[in-house]
Ligand binder design. Structure first.
Ligand code: ZN
Length: 297
């Protein structure tokens, strides 16, 4: 099971979050059948969203949305306080050639656009309040830098973010996936910031470390070097969606009686696919009849 940890470093001057997301990236590729570069992009966004949402409480929900003009068309990821995350890319089969370093060209598949962070609370229990929405232009397209830029510009938090997805040619396609996020708290010693920047600059590439069955703690060590840190909380994280057969039934019901009647007449049923997880729900004649009867009662 994938894990998310959060804690503090440098005697409380730095907040630390790290996650291994290999199972989540594997599941999302299995569900959406994303191309390799789209998989790398989506895996990084899902991991970054979990890290950014590591301190969500109760009914909080955090959505990261990338609207872009590259081949992938857009990316959405959503995390909640229980460690569930779900997400998709608009064009799952989009692909671009490797970049000049022979790596997946995530920047190339994203192109230019906007990076949004939406924080909501209470939506699922009907206590809807105005969401907080922050946005910045996409400055890198490699995702980690975009999370860091968002934190600096929109939330005034200097930070360092490392995200990586290591793919392989055969199933299950993901060798390892994970990330680490460091947020400097107000008053952080400039020496600590310089030390962290220096450590990250000289650290091995994140994907080379997570490929070696690294834990979340190993990822923190990679980014912090000799600086001390303390884990405050650890939780299990997984890919999970809020859709269900019952929700599909009520959605079809909300289309109205005449629409349901025409589905019965023309298709003898209805098919609904969830955009977030690609799960397909099939309603047969009996299900549609039942919707009509309930609407009439
Ligand atoms: Zn779903």
């Amino acid at each position: 099971m994938d894990k998310l940890i959060h804690g503090v470093a440098a005697d409380g001057m730095v907040r630390v979050m790290a996650a291994v997301t290999t199972d989540i990236a594997t599941e999302v590729i299995r569900r959406h059948r994303t191309s390799p570069t789209a998989s790398a992009a989506l895996g990084r966004v899902l991991t970054g969203t979990l890290l950014l949402g590591s301190s969500l409480k109760d009914f909080d929900r955090l959505t990261v949305k990338i609207e872009c003009n590259g081949a992938v068309g857009g990316i959405v990821a959503e995390a909640d306080a229980t460690g569930n995350v779900r997400g998709y890319v608009k064009n799952s089969r989009a692909e671009v050639p490797f970049n000049n370093n022979g790596k997946f060209n995530v920047r190339g598949i994203i192109g230019e656009g906007m990076f949004y962070v939406i924080r909501e609370s209470g939506y699922d229990i009907g206590l809807y309040s105005e969401p907080y929405v922050g946005s910045v232009p996409i400055v890198s397209g490699e995702i980690a830098e975009d999370f860091a830029y968002y934190l600096a510009k929109s939330e005034q938090i200097p930070s360092a973010v490392l995200l990586g997805v290591l793919l392989q040619k055969s199933e299950p396609f993901v060798k390892a996936s994970g990330g680490v996020m460091l947020q400097m708290l107000p008053g952080a010693n400039p020496h600590i910031i310089t030390m962290i920047e220096d450590t990250i600059q000289h650290a091995p590439h994140l994907t080379s470390v997570i490929g070696n069955k690294a834990t979340s703690e190993d990822l923190v060590k990679l980014a912090l070097g000799e600086i001390n840190f303390k884990i405050l909380e650890e939780k299990e994280i997984k890919f999970a969606c809020t859709c269900s057969f019952d929700r599909a039934v009520s959605l079809i019901g909300s289309l109205g009686a005449s629409e349901v009647e025409s589905m019965l007449r023309e298709d003898k049923g209805a098919v609904m696919t969830c955009g977030f997880c690609n799960e397909t729900y099939r309603l047969d004649e009996a299900n549609l009849q039942e919707i009509l009867h309930e609407n009439l009662d």
